[in-house]
Write a protein that binds this ligand. Structure first.
Ligand code: PEP
Ligand code: MG
Length: 757
């Protein structure tokens, strides 16, 4: 099969799985299409069933009668076991024994695993009477399709593999609170006024658990059924709209969140259960609550992280259906005018809330990840993280004023306090090319996490993209997007910055940036399989990503950067992979960038020690101060109890920066800073003073940074950095900075630090 036909086949297969509402029908469509286009004698799809720990046949197409294909396959022997357990495509040319296959008399075979992260979902098996019939290109194309398919399969089958019913635990009583102020850490600055909505308490029973289950209903069962159907239909329409909006306004990966809600909505186990409850005589409201409670309880009891996430999905979906039941006029169930209070929040949830126009978010501090903060900043959403459980006692509907510039939540604020909200916003200054007061050229680029950042970066005339955190689509989807999916995402990012530098960082998975199934449980994830270590340990995923980047940047000033580098060896191994991908793409005649610049994040102490060699092995370098500070000071960047110890102006941190600059000698033009401290007013004179001229910051911080750069001279900056390097204690440093900055000591995010009184 030539490359053109293969691409056409893959496109059609993708379309087929764009909207899957009936799994077996879609799998049948898949095997039919494959059988027809590839010319396979037999194509089968087997899914793994946890209960029997076996692969069961879901679809088959071939020149043999259907019943001669075994209904079950053991996932423990031969090529099937190899593909299934090792997550790799296997064909008859590989050095494995065939073992049990659907048809033993067809020696040519290609087996594609269906995997989501490392979760095994099934296999797709193609067979042919001729050995060597299936090509390596076909295997590669189908492998990426396999992971896409697996996401869909996973969503659709989530309801079918559950243990028996359990009773939901009674929810805790709500307590009255007298507190009017709650203090917390700023995850993303900004202010908002809105009514409280408590995500975790959506399902607190406001009526007895069995409630009106057996109570005679005033409306007939038929009427109740129609009312439920109308609410389900309205929910479907809203979700379709949200999916489109998310795709256009935020990113295509965000839309996946709504796709999974749609899949749940269409699942017979979910909506069918509600319908059965109504048919038994329960009210539609009760049916929704009971069904959601049931699945919340069941998913909560599952150990795998992916089921934990589904708790949130199910609650949110239930919330929407209830709202639609109660607002028959079609009032949209969004979070406009509301501030969400939650016990915890996932990145995907935050994305979803932003898409649903939420005003702000406050949540309890446990389990906060750096990416929640980064994502919230990208979304322009004020987010506060607090350790104060009093927030969970706030009554739904209470007026709130969230001041995430100062780190405080006002509960039922006075009119006087509300008046503060109308604060002045500094006008963005756009002056390119950017210079200091004395005329030195300085570059300010953007850190991009989602598509919207790239738009904002362009609006603020960024000098390019200094850091694209490519792990975001992985984290948001909690999955590994295929090469083509990644290509689509990276291409859009690259197109936002024609003629400017674009730095695509390979996935920094690990640490607090976890993707389901990405790595085994680790005692110390920050010291574990993270960044380039993850990529080098998962070469197929790494190659998919590099190929997608090289393709997306075919006409761009493409820079590829590796995170968490601790030695030149890792850079060399990464470079070899890039070269291998370039050679493969050339051979396959696929358009790509054949000479990307290869760069390294300087964020580990070992990289600093070896900075001369690291610089000589890299085309460019970027200081990741977020991690560098963490690893130098042994202070977890996500641990709120240590936030007072996490200081980017710590004397040791400053000295390390100076050593980096001294260590790379005349290659200073190739060095930037892309950690949050690049946007800190306190650190700016220091950085300029030691010679750094390239910064990459969150797009929203570009105007402020430009303004400050324009007001500084290099001479002043050199004096300040010299003085700062001479200071020996944190206390002295804080005194110096307070004097220098007229008392407005700021944290790494450039936000005034507010401490609990
Ligand atoms: C950093 O560590 O400073 C950095 C920019 O990378 P991330 O925040 O994504 O770890
Ligand atoms: Mg980092």
């Amino acid at each position: 099969m030539d490359a053109e036909r293969l691409r056409a086949l893959l496109t059609d297969l993708w379309d087929l799985f764009e909207r899957v509402y009936n799994l077996d029908e879609s799998l049948q469509g898949l095997v039919d299409l494959l059988g027809e286009r590839v010319g396979a004698d037999l194509v089968t799809a087997y899914l793994f069933h946890e209960r029997g720990r076996e692969l069961r046949l879901h679809a088959a197409r071939g020149s043999v009668p259907g019943d001669s294909v075994p209904a079950r396959l053991p996932p423990k022997e031969g090529a099937v076991a190899e593909a299934f357990s090792r997550h790799t495509t296997v064909c008859d040319a590989d050095d494995v024994s065939a073992g049990p296959l659907p048809r033993e008399d067809l020696p040519g075979f290609l087996i594609v695993p269906l995997q989501r992260g490392r979760v095994k979902l099934g296999v797709l098996i193609m067979q042919h009477s001729t050995e060597g019939f299936f090509t390596a290109d076909l295997a590669r194309g189908l492998r990426s399709l396999g992971s896409h398919l697996a996401s869909t399969v996973d969503s659709v089958t989530a309801f079918t593999e559950l243990p028996e019913e359990r009773q939901p635990a009674p929810a805790a009583e709500q307590e009255e609170t007298e507190a009017t102020l709650v203090y917390g850490r700023i995850a993303a600055p900004g202010t908002a006024v809105g009514r409280a909505v408590l995500l975790d308490q959506v399902w607190s029973p406001d009526e007895p658990e069995t409630g009106d289950a057996e109570a005679p209903s005033e409306e007939s069962r038929e009427e109740a059924g129609s009312r439920l159907d109308a609410a389900l239909a309205a929910s479907e329409q809203q979700l379709e709209r949200l999916r489109r909006d998310a795709e256009e306004r935020l990113s295509e990966v965000a839309s996946v969140i709504f796709t999974s809600h749609l899949l749940m909505l269409h699942d017979e186990h979910f909506s069918g259960r509600m319908r059965s409850c109504v048919a038994e005589g329960r009210s539609p409201r009760r049916a929704v609550i009971d069904t959601v409670n049931h699945y919340v309880e069941v998913f909560s009891s599952m150990e795998e992280a992916r089921f934990g996430e589904k708790v949130q999905d199910v609650q949110d979906l239930g919330h929407r259906i209830l709202a639609n039941l109660e607002h028959r006029d079609g009032e949209p169930a969004d979070y406009n005018g509301q501030i969400v209070i939650a016990r915890n929040i996932f990145p995907s949830e935050l994305m979803m809330l932003a898409a649903q126009a939420v005003e702000g978010v406050v949540f309890l501090g446990n389990g906060v990840t750096a990416h929640i903060a980064i994502l919230a900043q990208s979304l322009g959403l004020p987010v506060l993280i607090t350790g104060d459980p009093a927030i969970l006692s706030v009554q739904a509907g209470t007026l709130l004023y969230l001041d995430a510039d100062r780190g405080v939540l006002h509960i039922a604020p006075s009119q006087e306090v509300l008046g503060e909200k109308h604060r002045e916003v500094a006008a963005a200054e756009k002056s390119a090319p950017l210079q200091t007061k004395c005329g030195a050229r300085v570059y300010v680029m953007a850190n991009v996490n989602i598509m919207r950042d790239a738009n904002t970066a362009r609006e603020h005339a960024a000098d390019g993209i200094g850091l694209y955190r490519s792990e975001f689509p992985f984290i948001i989807r909690n999955d590994f997007p295929s090469e083509d999916e990644q290509y689509q995402i990276y291409r859009k990012i690259v197109q936002q910055m024609p003629d400017r530098e674009v730095v695509l960082r390979t996935a920094d998975i690990g640490g607090d940036k976890l993707v389901d199934g990405s790595s085994p449980q680790e005692q110390n994830p920050f010291l574990g399989v993270r960044g380039i270590r993850f990529s080098l340990a998962n070469r197929n995923l790494f190659r998919d990503q590099l190929r997608a980047m090289l393709r997306a940047g075919h006409d761009a000033d493409l820079h590829i950067m590796f995170p968490m580098v601790s030695s030149v060896d890792e850079i060399e191994m990464g470079r070899e992979e890039v070269e291998r991908c370039i050679a493969d793409l050339s051979r396959e005649s696929i358009r790509h960038n054949a000479s990307p610049k290869i760069g390294t994040m300087v964020e580990l102490p070992s990289a600093v020690e070896a900075i001369g060699d690291i610089a000589a092995t890299s085309d460019f370098l970027s200081i990741g101060s977020n991690d560098l500070v963490m690893y130098l000071l042994a202070v977890d960047r996500t641990n709120e109890h240590l936030s007072d110890l996490y200081r980017d102006y710590h004397p040791a941190v400053l000295k390390v920066h100076k050593r980096i600059v001294d260590g790379i000698g005349d290659r200073l033009d190739h060095l930037s800073v892309c950690g949050d401290s690049a946007a800190s007013p306190v650190m700016l004179p220091f950085y300029l003073g030691i010679g750094i001229r390239r910064f990459s910051v969150a797009p929203s911080r570009i105007p402020g940074l430009r303004h400050r750069i324009g007001n500084l001279t290099i001479e002043d900056a050199q004096r300040i950095s010299g003085e700062m390097l001479g200071i020996r204690s944190i206390r002295d440093m804080e005194e110096y900075l307070e004097l220098a900055d007229a008392g407005s000591l700021t944290d790494a995010a450039g936000v005034a630090t507010v401490r609990r009184p």
